[in-house]
Design a protein around this ligand. Structure first.
Ligand code: SME
Length: 194
């Protein structure tokens, strides 16, 4: 089934009211996202294509998502893109925000109420809760995946483990010559790995 057919059947919802799915539904939706991504990205080697498609599938599948996107480590800052949602902060210093906290720790940060998180950066005042997971390529952290919700406490361990997996799953040997991939991972790290 292609994306158009799925959309006609209503399985990708573009305008569903925000709601937090039950644990069972959340897990099932993440499994759906992974199998859909596996089908769409089979054989794809372009890093920007992979990133954009992960963000698009997650954003439109998950009813508790409001903003979904990567921040990449470029020239000393976490720089946005690709993303889906309202226009966001373009660059975040490592020492700031939820993104910076996840980056410094090298692990996921789940925030039930962004207003209670010291240093949270509000790109859109409608965001109430947030999850940021590190994005690893072959053991090197090169950015984070950030998701916001307009609902309080929208994210939990199910989101954490699914997003950690999906954020980094797609980069295998066949992307080794992709220019964006090489610039993100850094030539030295890439050479060390390959
Ligand atoms: N809230 C984030 C900033 C990015 S936006 O949510 C898209 C933070 O505190 O790092």
């Amino acid at each position: 089934m292609n994306l158009n057919e799925e959309r006609k059947e209503g399985s990708i919802s573009l305008h569903e009211a925000p709601r937090i799915p039950s644990h069972e539904e959340k897990s099932a939706l993440y499994e759906q996202c992974e199998s859909e991504l596996r089908a769409i990205l089979h054989g794809v080697t372009d890093t920007m294509t992979i990133l954009s498609t992960i963000v698009a599938v997650l954003h439109h599948r998950m009813p508790h998502y409001f903003w979904t996107g990567y921040y990449r480590d470029v020239d000393g800052m976490l720089r946005v893109g690709p993303y889906q949602g309202t226009p966001a902060c373009l660059a975040i210093p490592y020492e700031r925000g939820v993104c910076g906290a996840a980056w410094r720790k090298g692990e996921a940060v789940v925030v039930e109420d962004v207003h209670a998180f010291p240093g949270h950066i509000a790109c859109d005042s409608r965001s109430e809760s947030e999850i940021v997971v590190p994005w690893f390529l072959q053991g090197t952290m090169i950015g984070v995946l950030d998701v916001d919700s307009t609902l309080l406490a929208a994210f939990d361990d199910i989101d954490r483990s699914a997003l950690q997996r999906l954020a980094s799953l797609w980069w295998k040997g066949n992307v080794r010559n992709d220019k964006l991939y090489l610039s993100l991972i850094g030539d030295a790290a890439a050479q060390r790995y390959w």
